[in-house]
Write a protein that binds this ligand. Structure first.
Ligand code: COD
Ligand code: ATP
Length: 197
């Protein structure tokens, strides 16, 4: 079974694009969601995060995501420490999930994929892009985050220029109908590539 990485900067529309793959009956694993679930359920992760960030990082069994975000997105060392706690757990969880799937390929959606080297484990990688101003507008509409908070996260992600050189497929996500057509085209290409192996 092929693994197809799906990534894009904050607010680019990764999850929206993942939804179009689901409509084509392709199994989708969302690493951000798995990371959240594991932070809520794994006592080992909880222990490690509290050991590093202090008791304020959790309220009972639940992480204080705002507190943790305020620590990591303007301090690369602290972000790297958090990534090193969460990413191996997500990787193990993904492997377990993969064993339960049966499909020509699966989508592995992750906010940072080229940055972590995770793209190397994928057969193909898709990058979703949209202009920065549009991404900021979307996020302001969806969340109550400030431009400063959004830009801090963008600063911890590679530029689209850098990532697009490493991607096998690009999706420009501006008009939703166009985005869906691009997904259908990529789906066909991946299936064709599978047949040629
Ligand atoms: C810092 C945390 C607690 C903030 O939680 P919050 O609910 O505010 O954000 P959420 O997880 O929904 O992420 C929203 C967006 O922030 C950006 N972002 C999240 N983690 C990272 C990261 N490690 N590096 C760069 N950008 C990131 C992405 O664009 C992501 O789509 C959380 O993002 C986290 O635990 N991040 C580290 C783990 C991680 O890398 N998760 C993503 C893949 S597993
Ligand atoms: N083409 C589009 N046109 C209009 N709105 C869109 C489009 N694509 C996505 N959106 C909206 O923009 C917001 C961000 O999209 P989405 O959640 O898919 O992005 P994401 O890259 O997964 O975000 P994050 O980086 O925060 O995880 C959502 O509210 C979504 O409904």
């Amino acid at each position: 079974m092929k693994i197809v990485g799906l990534t894009g900067g904050i607010g680019s529309g990764k999850t929206t694009v993942a939804g179009f793959f689901k409509e084509l009956n392709i199994p989708v694993y969302i690493a951000d969601e798995a990371g959240k679930r594991l932070m809520n359920t794994s006592s080992e992760i909880r222990k490690k995060i509290i050991a590093f960030f202090g008791e304020s990082a959790y309220r009972g069994d639940h992480p204080d995501r705002k507190f943790i975000a305020s620590k990591v997105f303007n301090d690369k060392e602290q972000l790297s420490k958090l990534n090193n706690i969460i990413h191996p757990a997500v990787e193990a969880d993904f492997k377990n999930w993969l064993e339960t799937q049966s499909s020509e390929y699966v989508i592995y959606e992750a906010a940072i994929l080229f940055e972590t080297g995770g793209y190397e484990k994928c057969d193909f990688n898709i990058l979703v892009t949209a202009p920065k101003e549009i991404r900021i507008q979307r996020l302001q509409k969806r969340d109550d985050s400030s431009v400063k908070e959004i830009e801090e996260r963008m600063d911890n992600q590679w530029s689209d220029e850098r990532k697009s050189q490493m991607a096998d497929f690009l999706i420009n996500n501006e008009e939703l109908a166009e985005t869906k057509l691009q997904v259908e085209h990529i789906h066909d290409e991946i299936l064709k590539a599978g047949k040629n192996c």
